[in-house]
Ligand binder design. Structure first.
Ligand code: 5GP
Ligand code: ZN
Length: 113
């Protein structure tokens, strides 16, 4: 499969403002932020979306949430934050490499649009 943009960021082939990296994940600032803090947390392993994940991927998927919580503390997001996974074009997914959005620094409405 041809490497996607997020695979290239994870491989340091495309620049990004990386805020966290470990064996299985990378996190970096979104290029088009929708909140004062908007970070994307991605697995290094390529899955197009949540629909492609399997039971064996559960630990890395859980790890992404742990990384997001750690970053929310480090980036001092107060007053609440939101983690979002868009799955499929109908939900607004535009990059088909699984990613968790970490949004903070403003208030959020419910239900989301
Ligand atoms: P989605 O719409 O798939 O849930 O979210 C994709 C996100 O990736 C968008 O918020 C978009 O701004 C961000 N994005 C797309 N291309 C790049 C890129 O090359 N670098 C960074 N840092 N973010 C990107
Ligand atoms: Zn990828």
């Amino acid at each position: 499969m041809a490497p996607c943009i997020f695979c290239k960021i994870a491989a340091h082939e495309v620049p990004a403002r990386i805020v966290h990296e470990d064996e299985t994940s990378v996190a970096f600032h979104d290029i088009n932020p929708q909140a004062p803090v908007h970070v994307l947390v991605i697995p290094k392993k390529h899955f197009a979306s949540a629909e492609e994940t399997e039971e064996a991927d559960e630990s890395v998927l859980g790890h992404l949430h742990g990384v997001a919580a750690k970053l929310a503390r480090e980036l001092r997001i107060t007053g609440g934050y939101r983690t979002v996974v868009n799955t499929g074009a109908g939900a607004g997914q535009s990059v088909f490499h699984f990613h968790l959005h970490l949004l903070g620094g403003r208030s959020f409405r419910w239900p989301p649009g």
